[in-house]
Structures are given as C-alpha cells and as structure tokens.
Design a protein around this ligand. Sequence first.
Ligand code: ADP
Ligand code: ZN
Ligand code: ZN
Length: 720
Amino acid sequence: MPKTVRIALNRPLRRLFDYTVPEGLALTRGQRVQIPFGRQQLTGLVAETDSPPPEGIPLKPVTGALESWPALPPETVDLLTWASTYYQHPLGECLFTALPPALRKGRSAEVAEERFWTSAQSGEPLPANAHRQRALLDWLSDQPAPVSERAIRDAGFTLNQIKALADKGRISHAVPAAKHAIEPSPVAPPRLTPVQQHAAEQLQQVRTGFDACLLYGITGSGKTELYLHYLKHQLASSDQALVLVPEINLTPQTVARFRHYFGDRVVVWHSALNDGERLATWLKVRNGDPIVLIGTRSAVLLPFARLKTIIVDEEHDTSYKQGEGFRYSGRDLAVYRAHLNECPVILGSATPSLESYNNALQGKYRLVKLEQRAKKASPPTLKLLDIRSRPLEGGLSRPALKAIRETLDRGEQALVFVNRRGFAPIMMCFDCGHIVECPRCDTRLTYHRRDRAMRCHHCDYQTAATSHCPQCQSEAFKPVGQGTERTEDVLTQSLPDIPIVRVDRDSTQRKGSIQSILDRVNSGAPCVLVGTQMLAKGHDFPKVTLVVVVNADGGLFSVDFRAPEQLIQTLLQVSGRAGRAERPGTVLIQTCHSDHPLLKSLCNDHYLKIADQLLAEREANRFPPFRHMAIFRAEADTMQASLELLDSIKPLALRPGIETWGPLPAMIARRADRHRAQLILLSEHRGRLNTTLSTICQALDQRKLSARLRWMIDVDPQET
Ligand code: ADP
Ligand code: ZN
Ligand code: ZN
C-alpha cells in the first residue's frame, strides 16, 4: 500500500484532499507540495501524514515537494489548526495566511539576488543609432558605485538596453558596495526609574514556560522603554522575539527606538511591504535568524523557528482584530501561541481591554502596574467643559480657544481631537429638511470641502458637492456638525500666524506623510495639531501640553455594548498625549452631558477603577467577557433573503446553554447595496458554542446557496 497524505488548499473549503505519496518521497506536515487538481497543478500544504486513506476511491499521487523542509514548522501548523477550529475558518485558508504571497503562488523559497552592474573599460563599439544604450553607459559611468537593476530601470532605462550593453561587454556584473550594517547605538539607554525598575523585576520573575503578564502602564510611563529593557534581558543572542503593534504605531519613531538597542536585529512586518520584502523577511523568521520582529496583526502567524518571547503593545487596540475573511484576533492568538511555545507574553496598555483586565482579575494573567510617568510631569488634569448654550466656532467654545491661545503664547503646542474626518458629517437643507444620504448605504454623506466632494465613509461612493439643496434648490443648504477640515479652517482663521497641522486618513495618504508631520511637530515650534483617532495612538509629542476634545458625546448613548469602553479608551489615550515631558498637561473635554457619570469618573478616577465599573455592568448584562459571543452575518440583495437564511439556521442554535438574539438587520443595514443581517449567539460554555457553530457551518456547506447570498462567522466580534 502506498502512503497517503491529506493536503490543504488555499480555498474557502472546509475539507482536505487525499493523495498518495510517490515512492521515494518523504513528506512531513507543513511541507509545500504540487498536486494535480482537476486539470490544474496547485500548490498545497501537507496537513496530515498518517491518516488512513479513504476506502474505494482511487487517489492521484502528489506531483512533488516544493522544498525538502516544511515551510510551516509544527508549532505554526498547530497554532493555525487551533485557530481554524476556534474561528470556524477553513484550515487551508488559515494555513496559507502564514505564507508570503510568493510562496502561496508556488514560487521558490529563495530570495532572488538582484544583479548589480558597472561600466566596463573595454568592449565592442556601440552602433551609431544606439542613443539610449549610450545614454545608459554614460549614466552608469557617472555612478560612484555599482547600481542595481531596479535602480537602472527606475532611472528610465530598460532590461533590453542592459542586456545589449552586457552582450557587447560594455558593462559587467559587480558586487554591490557592502550594505551599511546598522549597529546598536553606543549611547547608553536611559536608566529605568525606580517604578520602572520594580515593574521590570516583576516582568522578569518568570523566565521560562508560559506566562502572561498584563502590563498596565499609564500613558507616558515608559512602557516602550520597559519592553526594550525586558527584551535585552530575556533574549539570548540566538533567540527570536515578536513585538506586535497597531498599524499606525509602526512609524519610524517606534522602529528607531528598537534599532537603538538591537541594531539590524530589528526587522519589520506590515501591510506596505512588497512581495519581495515579505519573502525575504519570512525566510529570516523561518530560518531562525535571531531577529526582533516588529509587526502588525498578521505577524503573529509567521513561522518562527526560535520564538522566545512575545509582546503585544496597545493590546486594547481594535486593529488587532481582522475584520474580514479569517477573522482572528492577533492579540488572542499571541497568547495562545505563547502557550504552545511555552514562553512568556506581555500585553501592554494604558487602557487594557476589559477582556484582558478580567483575565488578570481572575488570576489567568499577572497584573504588573506602572502608575507614574517616566519624566517629571504628573498625568494630565482632565476637565469637562459644558458647551450647552455656548456659542461654538468650528466646534470650539471660547474657553477652549482661549486655552489654545495661552498654550501657544507659552511657546507650547496644542492638540485638538475631532472624531470625524472631512468638513462636516451632514449637509442639510434648512428650508425643506433634506439631508444628503448615500444612494448605496443607509448612511449620510460626509462633506469634504477641500475636494468639493460628498463622500460615503462606508463604501466608495462620492459625488460633487453642490451649493443648493438638491431637493428644493434652496440656498439654505448648510454643513452641520464638525469634521477635522472645519476645525482646521476655524483655527487657521483665528490663529493666522500659527501652523495648523491636520492628521487624518485624508491628510496622511501619501507614503511617509505621517512621518513628515510628526517630524514637524517634534521640531518643537508652536503649532496646533487637529486630527482623528490617529492622534490618539501611542505618539510621543513632548511639546504638547493642551488637548481639546471637540465632542465627547458620540459614544455615550450608543447601542453597542462596547461603546463606553471604547470611548474611555480613546479619551484617555488622546489625553495621554498631553504633558509627556517636563511641563504639566491639561485636557479640556467639551460635552453637552457634563453630569454623565462615565465622564465624571473619567476626570476623577484612574482607568482600572472605571474598568471595574464597566466590568460590573457587563457582568450584570451577561455580556462578554462573562459570556462568549459569536455572530452569524448574512448579506444579500434583499433584506428578506438575508433574514431568511439566518432564520433557517436558528433552530440549529437552539440548544441548552446557548442564547440567540435575532436575526435582525445589522446596525448599518444596507452597505454598498448589500442588505446585511445578523444572528447573535451567546454562551457561557466556549466548547458548546464552538460545536454549535461547527454544526451550523456543516449544515450551510451542504446547501446550494445563490452566489449573491453570502454568510460568515465572527467569533469574539469587536463590532456588533
Ligand atoms: P508609553 O509607551 O508608556 O506611553 P514611552 O515609552 O513612550 O511611554 O515613554 C514616554 C517618554 O518618556 C519618552 O519620551 C521616553 O523616551 C521617556 N522615558 C521613558 N523611560 C525613561 C527613563 N527611564 N528615563 C528617561 N526618560 C524616559
Ligand atoms: Zn431643500
Ligand atoms: Zn455608501
């Protein structure tokens, strides 16, 4: 009997495929193979090697292995197999997310060495009409060092021209000038403060085996400094470390701080890498090079060969949850991975998620606190500014504007937080009451004055802005509410001599633009920063001493059970940008609800006390983390089709210990002309919830559904 293996494919199929192994070929789990599939040859991954072959079905043989070694080591396969069951996502697609795009497509696992060229002293003469070849030769002779093929093409020449010159012996291959190695800086890092030192000792208590620490460090307490110190102690020269950061935090500022300690041991992993860079970094991870990898969410899935420790910075950040396809939480997988690896994991935040904090309270994680700022200043003072019946300009009250002026007069900087990009979230006619909506979604269009456009922030719809009401032609057609552009305009008018720097998704689209903005701010001259959430995340602005929150009320009355937690986290994170260096910081929070208990405790209590209250509310309502949640989502061309599909699976969910809500239309019921509904499942028993999900998935897989009707599962959803 020939041996058989089960192969996983990069397809949304909840099954594996059996093949025989040709004589003389040894295959292990995680290895890449080529297989015949219908008329095609596909790349697959060996998922199981010792399963009994199915009876009575003739099997085809594997065509061959792509490498002699497993692309995914056992620990990575175990992690993804677990994740596939936990998140109910097809195993093949889960496993393939751990491969770089080049390897998914079946390319070879080698980094193509780029060729470098230099002009030769000899060679055949060029034909008289070969102007471009002559130009290339002249250009190359002017270069001080050999030039890569890519750089030659970037300079406007073609591969054909390179080849023609090489054939004539006019240019030759050359060894590139040695790449400049980045050495750790010889400047000694700052000494830890006594409070940091104490936390460092607690973190280092457990050095081997699984150990999860929740590091609660208030903003500016020096968590990054502590991570660096910790890694320095924890890592032997041959070890690998993983540092997860939210997307926006992967700015050169963060990377530079790590390079300062670890030199070119530091490598990065994020969405802006190209396929070649991804493959090169992936190979370092897989080969066990002793790297410190700083990466966003998907870095947690990489095939580390010698992972010694994991850090998740800003662990509360919602960008750790993948929003489509394989909907995993990078933070939660980091903890599970530490389990598998028997290594420590640190989750750090000034505003820990209620899930992680609850785990600490239950003794699953050790809680390490860092409650003092690293530099002299104490935490900022938060004040509520009631704006009921106060005149506002661009959303700013007079006292707020006055405070901004005073801050600038002292030679300091101010930051204004607005939770919406664009000019105004609504355009409304004051004669007929018409409000401009997206024709494809159940949302309003945001007015972007810079581009004279009305845009939907939920689909890609946009249309030209008009000065008259499209319904009744009235001129009383006006923007309502605040966006970053509007606040920027008002500040520019009231402070004509001061640079106003806007930071939102629109102003930072160009690569590197966020960095030039940060450089400008950190040069220290007085300025006002205006921006969205992007400003709330982890930045260190030593000169900012005043933060103004234009409106805090959005999250106070939302139906989403996570809204209060997210509001407090955002407000504390943005507040944390104030007074990080020597001078004290002040935060003014404009609100129409200054007697709201949540806002009051924001000003008076520290985060963990507020978290205790929020957890008590969650417990009273049996919301996560006191029950586990999963959502079945459906989308179709009509709401009826979506609701019918969910109604038809609901009976399968009606089991003891499982509560169902819905099906109901989603919060934004229509998005890009698709009608969306959801069925929520809640249970105290993770295992029972998981089996129920699995039963429903299998039942749905059996059905022939129209291609226009789609369904998906979201386990531990961040959005309801
Ligand atoms: P967090 O990540 O907790 O918000 P950071 O690590 O960014 O804090 O530190 C805040 C500021 O304090 C940074 O400018 C950092 O360089 C500085 N800092 C941190 N620890 C020390 C220390 N032990 N001595 C001097 N400066 C420090
Ligand atoms: Zn009108
Ligand atoms: Zn839309």
